[in-house]
Design a protein around this ligand. Structure first.
Ligand code: KG4
Ligand code: ZN
Length: 347
């Protein structure tokens, strides 16, 4: 994806949760460099993200990472045309680290800065690929904090079709994995275990698929899984089979709702974004359904499914290009409605 009007690269900064991400996106040349530092090892001792530790680690890692990213592209801060940072949703302390750094840099360099909605970043991540999807499309956003179906009429014009009533898809993976004694973050660990599981031995519910609508509810699944896991505690092979049953239930539920969203909007393009989009089973099932049923599915590269700076640099560059930058205040929004974003088109 190329943007012609901004002449200089945009620095993107992501610090909403447990990953420090930095990237340089050039309007004419695309992605120039990106670096990621994951705090997973630090949080794994606690079985989940500890917000205060996350903020402190962003403070430690962000400036070195910016230097490394600039060096990777052979540039200095003087080459920057703008700065984009995740302004929400996310952990307030973690967000403030990125926002304060981005604002200070932009002020010192006298370039515009823009706060990016983290979920818009995820949703636009497939645009980093050489063959990007054109709106209108339906996006399935499945991360640690969200499970949403969104109709993207144009870049920046989003309509929420369905949302989670309780746990997000990634949260369901993480919590279920924890119940089964798997390490944090549970999603990838549970998915790996499921690979060796027998399909069909455990059949769990496909929540809310038996009634119309596009909302999700995953919190009941973990109780079903825990019961099955406890009942078969003496059988060492059962753990992988339970994991397989759980993954199949989530994947099929997401597939049913995606199909329904496409039928409802009449769109023929589906974009998958967010950390759970890295799930191989989900990718394979959606790709097979797309081929069978005549829609097209787009996945971001695996490294751009989970949190990263590249998606923030891209989304920020699009907004800056449309003249949408914020005033110099350091503001973050731990909760932020995606539908409230100003449309890029209308700017
Ligand atoms: O988008 P992301 O990096 O962070 C948020 O914005 O939440 O998503 C992280 C989530 C975690 O819940 C993690 O367990 C899940 O994505 N995840 C996966 C896989 N890789 C990451 N879930 C299932 N299968 C995977 N392969
Ligand atoms: Zn995310």
């Amino acid at each position: 994806m190329k943007i012609e009007q901004i002449a200089k690269p945009v620095l993107g900064i992501e610090t909403s949760c447990d990953e420090t991400g930095v990237a340089l996106f050039d309007p004419a040349r695309g992605l120039l460099a990106h670096k990621l530092y994951s705090q997973i090892a630090m949080h794994s001792d606690y079985g989940g993200v500890v917000p205060e530790l996350a903020s402190r680690d962003h403070v430690r890692k962000l400036l070195p990472l910016i230097r490394e990213t600039l060096a990777q592209a052979g540039m200095t801060t003087r080459d920057l045309g703008g700065v984009a940072y995740t302004a929400g949703p996310g952990l307030v302390g973690a967000l403030l680290v990125g926002a304060a750094c981005a604002r200070a840099l932009a002020w010192a360099l006298e370039v515009p800065a823009v706060g990016v909605h983290h979920m818009e970043g995820h949703l636009l991540a497939p645009l980093l690929d050489p063959d990007p999807p054109q709106p209108p499309f339906v996006a399935l956003l499945v991360s640690g904090g969200h499970s949403m179906l969104i109709e993207v009429a144009a870049i920046g014009r989003y309509r929420l079709l369905g949302d989670t009533l309780d746990d997000a898809a990634g949260e369901a993976f993480d919590k279920t994995a924890k119940l089964m004694g798997l390490p944090y973050p549970g999603g990838p660990a549970l998915a790996k275990l499921a690979e060796s599981g027998t399909p069909g031995r455990f059949k769990f519910a496909r929540p809310m698929t038996d009634r119309p609508g596009l909302d999700f509810s995953f919190s009941g699944l973990k109780t079903q899984v825990l019961l099955a896991y406890q009942q078969h505690a003496a059988d060492p092979g059962a753990k992988a089979d339970v994991a397989r049953g759980f993954e199949d239930a989530i994947v099929e539920t997401l597939l049913i709702k995606c199909r329904r969203a496409l039928a409802q909007t009449g769109d023929t393009r589906l974009v998958i974004a967010g950390g759970v989009g890295a799930n191989r089973k989900l990718r394979a099932q959606l790709a097979a359904a797309a081929q069978r049923e005549g829609f097209r599915v787009y996945f971001p590269r695996l490294e751009f499914c989970t949190d990263n700076g590249a998606m923030i640099a891209l989304a920020g560059a699009l907004r800056l290009q449309a003249g949408l930058h914020d005033d110099a205040a350091i503001k973050v929004q731990p909760r932020w409605d995606l539908e409230s974003l100003p449309s890029i088109e209308a700017a």
